[in-house]
Design a protein around this ligand. Sequence first.
Ligand SMILES: [Zn+2]
Length: 294
Amino acid sequence: MPELPEVETVRRGLEPIMVGARIVKVEQRRADLRFAFPADFARRLTGRQVLTLARRAKYLIAYLDRGEALIMHLGMSGRFTIVPAVRSAAMLGDFHHAAGGDAAHDHVVFHLSNGARVIYNDVRRFGFMALEAEATLAESPHLRGLGIEPTGNALSGPLLAELFEGRQAPLKAALLDQRLIAGLGNIYVCEALFRAGLSPRRKAGTLAGAGRAAQVRAEALAGAVRDVIAEAIAAGGSTLRDYQKTDGTLGYFQHAFQVYDREDQPCRKPGCGGIVRRLVQSGRSTFYCPDCQR
Ligand SMILES: [Zn+2]
């Protein structure tokens, strides 16, 4: 499942191709993905210019001229492939399907005025596309109530303390709560808690309050969340160049995780000597080191 850094990588890959271009034709090959496509989907997009391509949590938002915005979500298995107007030598041949995509799952094709095509492929069809008036975008059922972004400077120790004040829920659950922080998924929550040295079972409320220890914990966690996301986005940027060179498919890459999916392996914190354990919280696997995460 693509997490926020993968979605941001997709955004950065699509941006130079889509922004400024006009959508000259839309091939919509199904009536629905996870949800039905909006009424007159292809007609409403045809002729529109893409003004900007933004990201909010795990949603891509293409702002169009004439006041509508196209919301796109990758679901579990969605991927975009760019077919440039002029294929470089490296791209000759059946490069699209060499990427592992099956053309039977190419559900939407955007033909752009610059000659490029942007293909949306989604095997499991948990992704979706929606059209909303830009003026009421914030109230859309998809975006309404989302918490702060875990990127940039918004997420600070004091803000995290404010969000977690009085909460009895474990830190793991509080960090996954999209109404508090938007777009954080299971993998990066595990990684951030490991980096901050905090137990996933600790009560979120223990990061709030006037005490020095609470403030230190809140600062550590805010910094860890920002850093793991920023590093993953940076890693995505480096793989992006490779993807563009090879097959034009955006958005999936492997990371070397410090704790995620490392059950029974030695903790990677220097000098710790602990063993990574797995526990299930809210139906999701949590990986952590009981020795250095308190
Ligand atoms: Zn450890």
